[in-house]
Write a protein that binds this ligand. Structure first.
Ligand code: HOC
Length: 409
């Protein structure tokens, strides 16, 4: 079994070695000159844990609650798309590893497996669904209803991707994932999406072309080929796109994905589709956090999409205290972007987060060793959080606060 480095920098290097150039670029890359990614990390570097010894910390409690559910720790897995780039078992491996640790997984809207398959891979495990609000509200409704049916306990609406960011690494490499039909399994397994593809194919295919028949397994030949090996092979994938079937699906996806017209008013339609709690992800301004609560949503997720959407965006850790000051105690505050370790989790909690979401490190664990790799990364982050808690003189994550930290000069 491949060794999964404990050190976050060595873990990223091991993932780079395990992946094709395109796959690593997609997972590791950010927007523009990747200044937001760097700023996310710098924001963590500005804080130091301020230890208080001689307190009895022999019993420590990492547990917390989210929307009325007790969780073993404040860690959750952020939704990451196109995980088949990292490993053939993709979302299924992630769902299993998260379930073994009791860590909630947020099933990605850009997943490589339909949400029902991820749910079946980890029955009873805590899970949520990430909705990218597409141009078709009929499709959005269908995705939300499927999420409810497969046991998701909340819908996380991602609000920072209404236009795809300027991803320089992907642009230079030809945008492999989305031009080749990867990461669109939630759509291709959806009856509304199938109908949209059928309509598109009918309009554009020659009369003698076979009728379009989509199944989660067959729609994008690219997906099937990518699952056969760890490394993506360009020739086979390009060949597969000669078929009208994946092309129609990919084109339909690209048609509906961007929704720059989304507003607070339109977002409110989600309330007629589900009674599940709705968490808004991509909130970085305190006024938007305030409005999230005023409009009756159930959680604020402070995120800049891991620095993947805007170059020079505000670092999430810098705005977290201002957001938390406005909404803490009324709705849960979740934060992501730049979290690499258990000590990072402790800092984010001390600055006002109720839960902290981990992204790239678990994708790297997946790339290096599949499900055990994800499990190892989760284990390491939680172990370091526990040690940081104890060494700084706390017995519970709820004790972490501004007094636990000192701002670096
Ligand atoms: C063309 C659709 O969250 C990412 C993901 C997925 C974005 C959807 C792109 O890469 O950050």
């Amino acid at each position: 079994r491949p060794r999964v480095p404990v050190d976050p920098a060595r873990l990223a290097k091991a993932a780079r070695r395990a992946l094709s150039t395109e796959a690593y670029a997609y997972l590791a890359g950010g927007a523009g000159s990747e200044r937001t990614q760097a700023a996310n990390r710098r924001a963590f570097e500005r804080w130091q844990v301020w230890p208080r010894p001689l307190r009895d910390v022999s019993v420590r409690d990492l547990s917390t609650t989210l929307l009325g559910r007790r969780l073993p720790s404040p860690l959750i897995l952020a939704p990451l798309g196109v995980m088949e780039l990292a490993h053939p078992e993709a979302d299924l491996a992630v769902a299993r590893a998260a379930a073994s640790a009791g860590v909630p997984a947020v099933l990605s809207g850009q997943a490589s497996f339909p949400m029902e398959e991820s749910a079946a891979a980890a029955p009873g495990a805590p899970r949520m669904f990430q909705l990218y609000w597409s141009a078709s509200d009929e499709l959005n409704e269908s995705l939300v209803r499927r999420a409810e049916a497969c046991g998701c306990s909340a819908i996380v609406v991602t609000l920072d991707t209404h236009l795809l960011g300027w991803r320089t690494r992907d642009l230079d490499l030809g945008y492999l994932p989305f031009t080749r039909g990867l990461g669109i399994a939630q759509y291709t397994s959806d009856p509304v999406f199938q109908r949209l593809v059928d309509e598109r194919a009918r309009d554009s295919a020659p009369a003698e072309a076979p009728p379009v028949r989509l199944t989660p397994r067959t729609v994008a030949a690219g997906i099937t080929i990518a699952r056969k090996g760890r490394r993506l092979t360009g020739g086979g994938l390009r060949e597969s796109l000669r078929s009208p079937l994946p092309r129609a699906a990919v084109e339909t996806f690209l048609d509906v994905f961007s929704t720059p017209a989304l507003t607070w008013e339109r977002l409110a339609r989600i309330r007629s589709w589900t009674s599940l709690p709705v968490i808004l992800k991509g909130i970085v301004h305190p006024d938007d956090a305030e409005r999230t609560v005023a409009e009756g949503y159930d959680g604020v997720w402070v995120s800049n999409h891991g620095g993947r959407q805007i170059d020079r965006s505000v670092p999430t850790l810098d705005v977290l205290p201002e957001v938390a000051a406005r909404v803490s105690g009324r709705v849960p505050v979740i934060v992501d972007s730049g979290v690499r370790s258990g000590a990072d989790v402790a800092v984010a909690l001390a600055l006002g987060a109720d839960l902290v979401a981990l992204g790239r490190p678990y994708a790297y664990g997946l790339a290096v060793a599949g499900e055990p790799g994800v499990a190892a990364v989760i284990r390491n982050v939680l172990a370091e959080l526990d040690i940081t808690l104890g060494l700084s003189g706390h017995t519970a994550v709820s004790e972490l606060g501004p007094a636990s930290l000192r701002r670096a000069d």
